[in-house]
Design a protein around this ligand. Structure first.
Ligand code: FES
Ligand code: FES
Length: 162
């Protein structure tokens, strides 16, 4: 429904709840999540689709929310890091990241964990190559990646199943 010349109302399912938002069609999903819904877990790193800090799941697929206009997300189901609270796979990953030193400054961590959840949803017992590939869209300036890969492997070993 058109609200003004430039704004429309969009319906999205966010972390399991039907939500409505008024926004310009090309407003970035990242901004809608952070500014209109207060979901600050998705971070802005590069703003160009390169770093993965803004990653969320959209209809079960990992997307970089800085490149998704809200009109494209309309009608879809979005899961942010906040929506994983209480999820067994998330809990296992969070523990393993802490134990393995996979999180330092934390800017990349929500996106990394969402990428890892996405990977483990598809491959519950990933090889190290699978983990590298699954995290290939996510950059980390702090850890050198070794601890992150170890953390995902450890979470998978512990059977991070739903
Ligand atoms: S902020 Fe979206 S990919 Fe870097
Ligand atoms: S922990 Fe700092 S960017 Fe990854």
């Amino acid at each position: 429904m058109t609200d003004s010349v430039s704004q429309c109302e969009f319906s999205l399912r966010i972390n399991g709840e039907q939500r409505f938002v008024r926004a310009c069609s090309m407003e970035r999903l990242l901004d809608v999540l952070r500014e209109q819904f207060g979901l600050k877990g998705a971070k802005e790193g590069c703003g160009e689709g390169e770093c993965g800090a803004c990653a969320v799941l959209m209809d079960g697929e990992l997307v970089v929310s800085c490149l998704v206009p809200v009109i494209q997300a309309a009608g879809s189901s979005i899961v942010t890091i906040e929506g994983l609270a209480g999820d067994a796979r998330f809990d296992a990953l969070q523990e393993a990241f802490l134990e393995c030193g996979g999180a330092q400054c934390g800017i990349c961590t929500p996106g990394m964990i969402l990428a890892a959840v996405n990977l483990l949803n598809k491959r519950p017992s990933p090889t190290i190559d699978d983990i590298h590939e699954g995290l290939s869209g996510n950059l980390c300036r702090c850890t050198g990646y070794v601890q992150i890969v170890e953390a995902v492997a450890e979470a998978a070993r512990r059977g991070a199943t739903r």
